[in-house]
Design a protein around this ligand. Structure first.
Ligand code: FPP
Length: 250
């Protein structure tokens, strides 16, 4: 991982960046390779992008690594992905800690092999106090599943009498999700333009950037293009352009 003392060159990065890392399989197929070699190369892209996000001052990075639907893939690919996750977490733990990256794995972890669950616990404990950037890796994750978990927790509180239903607010729902903060910029690689059940609550006001680049080829330059796009957008949050300009000149 690159040294975080590198200068960011004045680039304005989004606070919370989310990425749907897509195109590993097609990257491999285009080279006559097995799909898993695309995932391995994808892991290198993950390292590059984490490093660049720290360098440019992103405060929260959420990566979609494995959706609840990905279990439907051939067993060979799913097993290879599990092994890759274990190896990547093991290999990168010290570097994540050294660079101040608080690492959290979000999603239903109960279905993962116990070796992977152990590695997840270890890296989460090791980096718990880090505060340079928060890295969320969404694994066996689905946005509707996440909202359902929050709904169950809140319903339980209403039933216990610790929460009055009239005090239920959007903020309360946000606070009970795994990812509490809204996403500022969503990037999806490989030319697909879908949300695919990723962070459906937190993406409400996000800017969306789609690129044809396959994930294994994605790097710092591509990230800067996405930031450039983001900086060129006017984020109105439902207001008019004139209202936004008035607010920014005040
Ligand atoms: C989507 O490409 C990618 C995945 C389902 C797996 C993502 C995993 C990695 C990037 C590996 C390492 C990750 C971490 C966090 C260490 P795809 O297989 O759907 O590609 P395709 O659409 O071209 O078939």
């Amino acid at each position: 991982m690159q040294d975080i003392s590198d200068i960011s060159g004045g680039v304005k990065a989004p606070r919370h960046l989310a990425i749907i890392m897509d195109g590993n399989g097609r990257w491999a197929q285009a080279r006559g390779k097995q799909r898993i070699s695309g995932h391995k190369e994808g892991a290198n892209a993950v390292r590059r992008v984490i490093s660049a996000c720290v360098k440019y001052g992103v405060k929260e990075l959420t990566l979609f690594a494995f959706s609840s639907e990905n279990w439907k893939r051939p067993a060979l690919e799913v097993n290879a992905l599990m092994t890759l996750f274990v190896q990547a977490i093991k290999k990168e733990s010290k570097s994540l800690k050294a660079n101040g990256i608080k690492t959290c794995i979000i999603g239903d972890k109960t279905r993962f092999p116990s070796l992977l669950q152990d590695q997840i616990r270890k890296v989460e404990e090791l980096t718990a106090d880090c505060d340079v950037m928060r890295l969320n890796i969404a694994a066996n994750y689905g946005g509707r599943w996440e909202i359902l978990q929050a709904a169950k927790k809140l319903a339980q509180q209403c039933q216990d009498g610790t929460l009055n239903i009239n005090e239920l607010t959007e903020d309360k729902i946000s606070q009970n999700l795994d990812i509490v903060t809204d996403v500022d910029l969503l990037v999806r690689t490989s030319g697909e333009q879908r949300i695919s059940n990723f962070l459906i609550w937190q993406l409400s006001y996000a800017e969306m950037y789609f690129t044809n680049t396959y994930w294994p080829d994605f790097g710092e330059e591509d990230l800067l293009k996405a930031f450039d796009f983001y900086n060129g957008r006017e984020r109105r949050f439902g207001m008019t352009s004139a209202q936004i300009q008035e607010k920014t000149t005040k």
